[in-house]
Design a protein around this ligand. Sequence first.
Ligand code: COA
Length: 339
Amino acid sequence: MAAVLTGLGGYLPPKVVSNEDLSATLDTSDEWITVRTGIRQRHMVADGMSTGDLAVAAGARALKSAGHPAVDTVVVATTSPDRLCPAVAPEVAARLDLGTVAAFDLTSACSGFVYGLATAAGLIASEAADTVLFIGAEAFTTLVNPADRTTAPIFGDGAGAVVLRRGEQGEPGALGPFDLGSDGARADLLAIPAGGSRQRSANGGPGHDAVPHEDWYLRMVGRPLYQHAVERMTQSANTALKKAGWAVTDVDWFVGHQANARIVHAVAEELAVPEERTAVNIDRVGNTLSASIPLLLNDLAAEGALMPGHRIVLSAFGAGLSWGSTVLTWPDLSVESVH
Ligand code: COA
């Protein structure tokens, strides 16, 4: 038994913010951002638009791509939920008219998509679910300080969704073995300190200091993260390939989380995947966390670069720290462009 990919869809909010636009208000430049990150523009939610809105739009497209099957479970991977409680997945399921299905959120930052695929595959393997709509959705720019030039250029908003059904190992679209890992000792490298149970009150209160304004926003220590990202994604992708019994030369596409084009190329080089088989779309969307890999798959498939029968290795790394990888052979899917 296996979880098999049977639908794919994505959504980007209409507002596009270029590097030049950012340079108008931040001490940065198109050249710095492009050279250091590969990012040229990102999409951002307009006021009033939330992660749930993005998830519904991407979910609807994935359901259409799958031919509107009966779904019994909805999982949303997000690190920028509409609110702390409740999870956004039940509301997304209701807005998609899926009825009283099982629905929950999963938080694993930039590795959320791979963790979510593994979770969905586990639900299907345990027979808790037959068909899962799994969505990676992020309005993460709402949690990034627009005045912080070290983070503001990097992130973008969007959502990507897949439909997974029960099937057989070896058929196109079957998710391969997974490698998952974490290192919580390095949690401080990428964190939003406030808003949870540790720093809980904006105004202080009995026994609590007021939370400084900056603590509501993302803090990132870029340099060491870069090194961890390259090391962990390489190691993890190699482990997934080994578990699957695939050689690197079997791989048609390396689909890595888009945190930085330099990171993606460095991992590909370590893996010995040639540049023409290394997928990159960060120039158009920035780092969209758990939406990054499905949006990249959507671009590749919609452009016809990713073809049925292609073998791909997916690998992600993010806050936690956390990472994960898996492999699959691309199935025959109808996919709409998000641009
Ligand atoms: N515009 C212009 N200059 C900037 C800048 C910006 N937006 N951001 C930082 N700088 C400056 C710094 O102040 C520093 O100046 P200095 O040399 O005078 O001190 C210089 O550029 C270099 O900064 P540094 O942070 O060392 O750059 P870098 O080459 O490491 O690139 C990142 C920064 C963030 C792009 C890179 O470290 C990275 O991608 N890290 C991983 C991030 C990541 O993966 N995050 C998500 C995990 S999924």
